[in-house]
Design a binder for this molecule. Structure first.
Ligand code: NDP
Ligand code: OXD
Length: 308
């Protein structure tokens, strides 16, 4: 019997329970919201769960995260077993591609000028075509590569930046610290899809925000700490950055008195860029439990030293 603890909010339990039972069909298992810690084999986990001390889970074999981001758990010293993050093509990846493409096209086409036009201004200035709008994506992992593919298919010249050197069809791939400078230089749209780790903190700061083309757009569905908030506000006020569309923040929900809320050049979305879809995520969880039981390596294993 495999004991699987569901350690996420009660709301998520309602959403996942039946789907998980379906995905585990044919397996001898017990799935519950409450199992004595010493009996638990696997934890299906959301980092906002009450479970933060893994010490009592003495026979735990793996933690299977329901989120792509693992910054709230990866440094937990009580966690001694493998940790898998979520890669969910139908929910997270598809949702992120749609959100990123939508916000990229909004800025590329200058849609705001026509959606809100109280002066009835007839500014007949057409947007350039996509091939004239260089886009840079910081982070070329699951989500960054999927977004890059969508933007390349629309005709944008896409540069991507990652820790290790990548080869992605149609994308100019750069890596490492020098690669960051080169990736940002003259970009007109900068999209952040990096994880939150000590190495990615303040990737966009007072210095690097000077590298994109004047008036460039910043789109951040990655994590709040990737950007130095004060440096971004200064760059917006000087006109160096034309607009920032931000889905993630250092503190969430974004406090009501944070200057981003009222800034005319900032769009705030409430961490909704992409959401794990239960119906597809349960199969990723079930496959990882199958792999673990068969002694095979887990899918989407987190590198605890790298922090993602
Ligand atoms: P991946 O782990 O697949 O990709 C991360 C990418 O970032 C990789 O290309 C990696 O490089 C690169 N990277 C990591 N550290 C560095 C560094 N120090 N310098 C340069 N590049 C670096 O993650 P995903 O694509 O699945 O997700 C990315 C992030 O998106 C998540 O961590 C999460 O924070 C965020 N997210 C936000 C959501 C939302 O709704 N707003 C929803 C889901 C995810 P390399 O390829 O060399 O490893
Ligand atoms: C995630 C997220 O990490 O929703 O999955 O941000």
């Amino acid at each position: 019997m495999i004991n699987i603890l569901f350690a996420a909010t009660a709301e998520r339990w309602d959403e996942y329970r039946d789907l998980l039972h379906g995905a585990f069909a044919g397996v001898d298992y017990h799935l519950a919201l409450d199992i004595p810690p010493q009996d638990v084999d696997y934890i299906v986990y959301a980092p906002n769960s009450e479970v933060q001390d893994f010490t009592p889970y003495t026979r735990l074999k793996a933690v299977l995260n329901l989120w792509a981001g693992v910054e709230k758990i990866t440094g937990n010293p009580t966690l001694k077993v493998p940790l898998a993050r979520m890669v969910d093509d139908q929910g997270l990846t598809q949702g992120m591609v749609e959100w990123v493409t939508g916000h990229t096209l909004r800025h590329h086409l200058g849609m705001d000028a026509h959606i809100v036009n109280p002066d009835k201004a007839w500014d007949a200035v057409a947007a350039p075509v996509a091939s004239e709008r260089p886009v840079t994506i910081l982070g070329l992992g699951t989500l960054g590569q999927a977004c890059a593919a969508a933007l390349v298919s629309l005709g944008f010249p896409v540069t991507g930046w990652s820790r290790s050197q990548k080869t992605v069809p149609g994308v100019r791939c750069l890596s490492g610290p020098d690669g960051l400078q080169e990736a940002l230089r003259e970009a007109q749209i900068v999209i952040l899809l990096l994880p939150d780790t000590p190495a990615t903190d303040n990737t966009l700061n007072a210095e690097t925000l000077q590298l994109p083309a004047k008036g460039a757009f910043v789109i951040n569905p990655g994590r709040g700490p990737l950007i130095d908030d004060d440096a971004l506000l200064a760059a917006l006020d000087s006109g160096q950055i034309g607009h920032a569309t931000l889905d993630v923040f250092r503190i969430e929900p974004l406090p009501a008195d944070h200057p981003f809320w009222d800034h005319p050049k900032v769009t705030v979305t409430p961490h909704i860029a992409a959401e794990t879809k239960a119906s597809s995520a349960v199969h990723v969880i079930a496959e990882n439990i199958r792999r673990s039981e068969a002694g095979e390596p887990l899918l989407h294993l987190v590198d605890r030293d790298a922090g993602y």
